[in-house]
Design a protein around this ligand. Structure first.
Ligand SMILES: [Zn+2]
Length: 604
């Protein structure tokens, strides 16, 4: 698979990149001994089992078994192909890559993405210039300043203005000889419904560039300055813009999210910009969509272990709706979420302008957990009459059912029971009676592997355990590899996967030295990557004497295995059980043949 990019370039990229650097942009990592620990981005967990080794340049999750090197991480997390991952790293570390070795399909896909990003970049500058231009942008600039945006914010977030008219941007791209087809693909223009030709998607609107984690403009939001409809217009999904993974302000929020272990989620562009302007930089805005499982995982990576998200709403109704929509997503994602409803008549923008950031942070401290918030809202709505209580329980049922963790669920039931003075068992019955099997529905769309439970390890015997230990030893104490080869231990391995990995280690290490991150690239199969990274990160302290012990133990177990077989053969002979005897002899023959095959296989 590395055929598209020359090997020496791959090596250069691997040597230049630091896995801790790359992963910590996505996962909040803390040091734990020689390694780093964080919450796994590939499955939902509350206590970190995601391990990154700076020495070995690999990662492994002890929860779900995902593992690999820096390339595998980018591929799995970003859904990239190997060449795309390599290119992303090369770009970051300033390593030039030739494009001529790409397959036509790879080339097309890559240039498509790159072209769209370039076009977006040019459109961003175009809109920004229009805003700054004396005549064209006068009204728009006036509008932004009136809304309290500072010049600094306008420049930092590259706010822009799409002039009124059908083809300003289109003509701009034409004059620069850009392919119209690609401008269309970038979502910047729209095909005419009747006849041929295109027109600008954004017209007479304030433009908010939507930027990804690498600071590249992936899409745009456009807002009108009067009462025209739609109030907001966004770029469509494109090869570079995925709505369920994008949030406005994400690239600017990371640092402060880490420091405070909190992220504020607001609804509007101006809310986000105001929060930022008032120094509450740990804020992102949803782009007119509900939060997805992917969003929750991304935010969790920002706030880390024990962190929380505070959803900020301008009214009870909006808050209740949002809580109902996203309670399951947060529950499943194991991220604590709180709801902050601002005083009547305020959105975050106006609240900050009137009261300042200190009052906002004070109010945020009073924010409620999602379920408590829903309970209080229901109590307020229905009252505590008998009838009201029935309605409250009915209202809360879906939210309680959405709680995956049984302990958390029973605590919430208890809380509800106490709050409204109803017996816990009654609520429990009511919730159970409607407990349809939890549907695997909308909120789990997008990446599916987030919630798959870790595979239970199959029960295996002593032989398997010893074989794993020998492989772990080879990975962590490669000095022993010559002994292992000399004593032909690999010939006696029974597990096919471990045998292949063991032989791979010997081959790779004798040629390239003990380079585990490189070894991981040898296999495309994620299971092999996982086994290698897992066994590279065991807690053993290896020393030569201990290693010799293990080798002796392994050989003893082979002898025991052979001896046991001989004993059974003897017993079968004595008892005259011809059929059993024949079977056992066949097994013995089979073993001998296997060892012979392995020897000749190893010696070729
Ligand atoms: Zn995991």
């Amino acid at each position: 698979m590395a055929a598209y990019i020359p090997d020496e370039k791959i090596t250069a990229i691997k040597n230049a990149s630091d896995i801790v650097d790359i992963i910590s942009e996505i996962v909040s990592l803390r040091r734990a001994g020689r390694n780093f620990l964080g919450l796994c981005p590939f499955h939902a967990e509350k206590t970190p089992s995601f391990t990154v080794s700076p020495d070995k340049q690999i990662f492994y999750c002890f929860g779900c078994g995902a593992g690999g090197n820096v390339f595998s991480f980018l591929m799995k997390h970003g859904g990239l192909s190997f060449p795309e991952a390599a290119r992303a790293l090369a770009g970051r570390y300033g390593i030039d890559l030739p494009t001529r070795n790409l397959s036509p399909h790879e080339k097309k896909k890559l240039t498509e993405r790159e072209t769209i990003l370039t076009l977006n970049g040019e459109a961003m500058s175009f809109y920004h210039k229009c805003l700054l231009s004396e005549e064209r942008g006068k009204q728009a600039m006036g509008y932004l300043l009136k809304r309290g945006m500072t010049r600094k914010t306008i420049d930092e977030f590259k706010l822009g203005f799409a002039p009124d008219g059908w083809d300003h941007l289109l003509r701009y791209f034409r004059s620069r000889r850009k392919p119209v087809e690609m401008v269309l693909q970038a979502g910047l223009i729209v095909s005419r419904k009747k006849g041929e030709g295109h027109y600008d998607r954004f017209r007479n609107r304030i433009i908010f560039p939507i930027v990804n984690g690498q600071n590249q403009p992936v899409g745009f939001g456009g807002r009108v300055m009067d009462d025209a409809l739609p109030k907001y217009l966004n770029s469509p999904e494109t090869p570079v813009y995925n709505k369920s993974r994008s949030l406005y302000g994400l690239n600017r929020a990371r640092q402060k999210c880490r420091e405070t272990q909190t992220v504020y989620v607001v609804e509007g562009y101006f809310d986000m910009l105001s929060m930022h302007q008032f120094g509450i930089e740990n804020t992102v805005a949803t782009l007119g969509t509900s939060l997805t499982a992917d969003h929750v995982q991304i935010l969790k990576g920002f706030v880390g272990e024990g962190g929380k998200a505070v959803l900020v709403y301008d009214s009870d109704q909006a808050g209740i709706k949002a809580a109902q929509r996203s309670v399951a997503v947060f529950q499943k994602g194991l991220l604590e979420a709180r709801i902050l409803v601002l005083p009547k008549g305020h959105d975050p923008d106006s609240f900050l302008m009137d009261h300042g950031p200190d009052d906002f942070l004070k109010a945020a401290e009073q924010s409620m957990g999602m379920i408590s918030f829903m309970v209080e809202s229901a109590v307020e709505k229905h009252g505590l009459s008998i009838d009201g209580k029935v309605r409250i329980v009915n209202d809360l049922k879906p939210a309680i059912l959405a709680i995956g963790d049984p302990v958390a669920r029973s605590l919430q039931i208890k809380y509800l029971a106490e709050r409204i003075g109803v017996d816990e068992t009654v609520i429990l019955q009511k919730v159970r009676r409607t407990a349809n099997p939890p549907a695997k529905t909308a909120w789990l769309s997008g990446r599916q592997d987030l919630n798959t439970a870790p595979k239970p390890a199959p029960v295996r015997g002593e032989t398997y355990r010893l074989e794993r230990q020998v492989v772990a030893m080879m990975l962590q104490f490669p000095e022993m590899i010559t002994d292992i080869e000399r004593r032909r231990l690999m010939n006696h391995f029974t597990d096919p996967l471990l045998t292949e990995i063991g032989r791979g280690i010997i081959d790779h290490f004798t040629r390239a030295g003990s380079d585990i991150a490189g070894l991981v690239s040898r296999w495309e199969d994620p299971e092999k990557k996982a086994v290698v990274t897992r066994l590279s990160l065991t807690d053993e302290r290896w020393a030569r004497s201990g290693c010799m012990n293990l080798i002796n133990q392994f050989e003893a177990s082979i002898r025991r295995r052979d001896k046991a077989l001989l004993k059974r053969i003897e017993a079968a002979e004595k008892s005259g059980d011809e059929i059993l005897l024949a079977a056992l002899l066949r097994e013995k023959q089979h073993q001998a043949r296997k060892i012979k095959e392995k020897q000749s296989g190893a010696n070729h």
